[in-house]
Design a protein around this ligand. Structure first.
Ligand code: GLA
Length: 380
């Protein structure tokens, strides 16, 4: 959830340490790594956008901002546009960080992806509190509050944000896939299952040119066998399309690990494509150690990660990018959830392609080698 590092406001300079992968004291290498000469965004130019999450200006060092400019052409605000931070009380909006982020991105020719409008967490309780008459919130009042929120936030960003994760994580865990298995969130309880359709319609009204996506974790799981959360996501998306929802795509969050089922990832992409939808990998990270269910919260894992685990991590990233490359007509964007193992909600699990000192890890070169065709991974 909230990046502890961003929240602490600590900004450290890049430390040019010379340690070895797998040692306790950091993630850097024994010798300067062959600096990746091509940025990630350029390596995949013409195929899909490559992004990162972060809340940026005022929170990141010059070295970090330079790394972002070199590697990414789209940024997702990690927290500052979520309902809680941006709209903490009825009619009170925090625009400072979102505006600064959008302005910095525009100044650096980087696109912005909005995240997120309807979610079961990081959302003010005020949305569900009694109205002025003191009576419990009604469906109509909750709809009015949500519509105003969406019209105001999307409206302010109109023309400056490429698209939105309109609804985040509406499907519950653990279902068989026989139903949509919607999470019984406060939104669901007060408004009902059509809260999704309404939210997309309002977002479209507020910015008709914005790309609108449904975003969730583990929705690739079960794709090969058409069961579980993936099957639920297909039922949900088919309903939304039948209801005329202005939805353009699906964000597969991609909080993955060393044993992620890549065949499921590929099948999920082609299933969503068969519905006429685009796909983004919206929150990519691959943990190198510890447990990982794909969902929040997890803080598992600690300092020591073996070189073999980082190598395996590079192989998994290579296989994933090989899938994304082969399906680039469907994949619109691949966004890493953070820029370095220091700037990650799973920092202890070293999930990203730059280490805590912003030095390239083996995974970075593997991803670049897939782009250039130098590396063609064997898929399962
Ligand atoms: C989910 C959300 C993200 C973020 C992560 C954890 O995936 O979509 O915004 O909160 O959890 O950082």
């Amino acid at each position: 959830m909230t990046s502890r590092l961003a929240a602490s406001g600590l900004i450290a300079c890049a430390i040019l340490a010379t340690t070895v992968y797998g040692q306790n004291n950091g993630d850097t290498k024994s010798a300067p790594s062959p600096a990746a000469s091509v940025g990630l965004k350029d390596a995949y130019a013409g195929r899909f956008l490559v992004g990162c999450a972060g809340d940026l200006p005022g929170r990141y060092s010059d070295a970090e901002l330079a790394n972002i400019k070199a590697n990414y052409n789209i940024v997702t605000p990690e927290n500052c546009m979520k309902p809680g931070p941006i709209h903490p009380a009825e009619g009170t909006y925090n625009w400072t960080t979102p505006d600064a982020l959008v302005q910095w991105c525009q100044g650096n020719n980087i696109k912005v992806w909005g995240h997120t409008l309807v979610w079961h967490t990081q959302t003010g309780r005020w949305f569900f509190e009694p109205g002025a008459d003191g009576q419990p919130v009604t469906r109509e009042l909750a709809m009015e509050r949500l519509k105003k929120h969406i019209m105001t936030v999307v409206g302010r960003c109109r023309g400056r944000v490429l698209g939105w994760d309109v609804v985040n994580e509406a499907i519950a865990d653990g279902g068989t896939g026989a139903t949509e298995n919607l999470r019984t969130s406060s939104w669901y309880k007060v408004i009902g299952p059509d809260v999704l359709t309404l939210a997309f319609k309002w977002a479209h009204e507020a910015d008709p040119s914005a790309q609108l996506y449904y975003n969730d974790y583990n929705i690739e799981q079960g794709a090969v066998q058409n069961k579980g959360k993936h099957a639920s996501s297909m039922l949900l998306l088919k309903r939304l399309l039948q209801e005329g929802t202005p939805i353009n795509g699906v964000g597969i969050q991609g909080h993955w690990h060393l044993d992620t089922n890549i065949a499921d990832v590929e099948k999920a992409i082609t299933d969503y494509e068969s519905l006429g939808l685009k796909v983004s990998i919206s929150e990519l990270d691959v943990t190198a150690t510890g447990t990982n269910t794909g969902a929040f919260p997890t803080r598992s894992g600690s300092g020591t990660v073996s070189p073999e685990a980082f190598q395996k991590q590079a192989e998994v990233y290579a296989k994933l990018f090989d899938v994304f490359k082969r399906h680039s007509r469907t994949i619109s964007r691949v966004t890493f959830w953070g820029i370095s193992d220091r700037r990650s909600w799973r920092a202890g699990q070293r999930p990203l392609v730059f280490d805590a000192q912003l030095q390239p890890k083996p995974a970075l070169q593997a991803i670049l080698d897939v782009a250039s065709g130098k590396k063609v991974p064997t898929q399962p």
